[in-house]
Design a protein around this ligand. Structure first.
Ligand SMILES: Cc1ncc(COP(=O)(O)O)c(C=O)c1O
Length: 445
């Protein structure tokens, strides 16, 4: 294998090494499932630095030509590239359920009305320039006023997934290991796979990641920890001040980056919280406006130290450039006009009312769920497939828990977006409780 890479290598660069692997795949000298040697071995044999090989592997992973397969190593992928498998499994795009609670999306009826904000937009006569600051000064100021700590730099991007993609692409390297929550938002796991980064799952309880497990993972060497500080998707858990302090204690002695995804944003009832208050020099905090103001706005903000965020902003200027200032102006209106501010506040209270009603009704039926914030609840079930079939027979869709697992030992669960349910909570709880108990069919006795 090493010889065939050497024969195709034209220059001692990562680009050329990636080209050499691609050429070997085209020639069928390398085939699906072939395992690439460790980075160090390739580097020594080809007289390249490990960083060059790692950058080549990152380019190939990005193109879907290779993928990491846990301890089994880095393999040649199926041609056509790897599809985001967990995302598709967890979130089917269209279903015919009468009540589809698989989606994880906000209730359109609870989003603020865009009309008045659009009408009051003050759009400059000349279009914004390529040389203007990527973030509107007025918006940056409003974001700062509500940020959980004084971040050195704040920028605006096209949604939380764009933020996570930019951060993963710019701050992580192929082969890095990172901590993720268990259970975790499936697209993040797919994203990490796509950039060739290995995820190490750390379990959660009602207050956030379990410090002892995080400590063991950090000791084993991880480049970053990804966490959702509020209304964690799928469990609904929010970090407490006490737990945040414990996690900071674990992370303080390390050089691990902290990447926080506050995707619930203003619809969370818990106060904004960030480990950045204690470890600002290594924390990147993302806030999405999808749940609070609408997923199609595609808007999120990232706050963090200039040393980490400026290279990301610079690199983005070579692609997307900046997030449309027209959309930024709209967000500024939505965050400052009394009408939309009131609507978002009302949505937050309404989601809490709906969630609490289902949680209480479940408890009355002997099913305990810990959904303390956000739009989802994480329902423990005896068997995921059986529970899904049972709910489907009643016209209710839910998301299987499997794709959310970042560790092999996940107990069966369903994620149910109860935030979409305005009434009849007792009836829904009765169906969920029934579904939670049905076992798999085990054949004739
Ligand atoms: C945890 C988490 N991160 C990111 C996202 C995606 O957010 P955005 O629409 O801002 O890209 C979601 C959406 O459900 C989410 O739940």
């Amino acid at each position: 294998m090493l010889e065939l890479l050497r024969d195709r290598l034209e220059e001692p660069t990562s680009r050329s090494l990636a080209d050499a692997v691609s050429a070997a795949i085209r020639d069928e000298a390398l085939r699906e499932g072939d395992v690439l040697p460790p980075i160090r071995t390739v580097a020594e044999f080809l007289k390249l630095s490990p960083t060059t090989v790692s950058a080549a592997w990152a380019l190939l992973a990005r193109a879907g030509a290779i993928h990491t397969d846990g301890r089994r190593g880095t393999k040649i992928a199926r041609s056509g590239g790897a599809a985001p498998s967990r995302y598709r499994r967890a979130l089917p795009s269209r279903t015919s359920f009468e009540l589809d609670l698989a989606t994880g999306i906000p209730d359109p009826a609870l989003l603020p009305d865009l009309g008045p904000a659009l009408r009051s937009l003050q759009v400059a006569a000349t279009p914004s320039s390529y040389l203007d600051d990527p973030v509107l000064a007025g918006l940056a100021e409003v974001l700062r006023a509500d940020w959980p700590y004084p971040a050195e730099r704040i920028t605006v991007v096209d949604g939380a997934m764009d933020a996570l993609d930019l951060l993963a692409e710019n701050l992580l390297r192929f082969g890095d290991r990172v901590v993720v929550e268990h259970p975790c938002f499936p697209p993040l796991l797919d994203l990490l796979d796509a950039v060739g980064v290995r995820s190490v799952g750390v379990s959660l309880d009602d207050e956030g990641m379990i410090p002892g497990e995080l400590q063991a993972a950090v000791r084993s060497g991880v480049r970053a920890v990804f966490l959702q500080p509020r209304a964690q998707n799928p469990t609904g858990a929010s970090l407490t001040e006490r737990r945040a302090a414990e996690l900071c204690e674990v992370l303080r002695g390390s050089d691990t980056l902290i990447i926080e995804d506050d995707s619930a944003g203003a619809i969370a009832t818990s106060a904004p919280i960030s480990l950045g208050a204690s470890i600002p020099e290594r924390t990147l905090h993302v806030r999405s406006f999808s749940k609070s103001h609408g997923p199609d706005l595609r808007l999120a903000a990232i706050g963090g130290p200039a040393a980490l965020l400026d290279p990301v902003i610079e690199r983005r200027l070579l692609g997307q450039g900046w997030t449309s200032r027209l959309l930024q102006s709209l967000l500024l209106e939505l965050l400052t006009q009394p009408g939309p501010v009131r609507q978002v506040r009302a949505a937050r209270a309404e989601y809490a009312r709906r969630r609490t009603a289902v949680v209480k009704a479940l408890l009355a039926r002997g099913v305990e769920v810990s959904a303390s914030d956000g739009i989802n609840l994480w329902l423990p079930v005896a068997d995921e497939a059986a529970a899904l079939v049972r709910l489907a027979s009643r016209g209710i869709g839910a998301a299987a828990g499997g794709p959310f697992a970042s560790k092999p030992d996940g107990d069966p669960h369903l994620r149910v977006t109860v935030g979409l349910v305005a009434s009849n909570h007792d009836e829904l709880a009765a169906e969920l409780a029934e579904a939670s108990r049905v076992g798999a069919w085990s054949g004739p006795r």
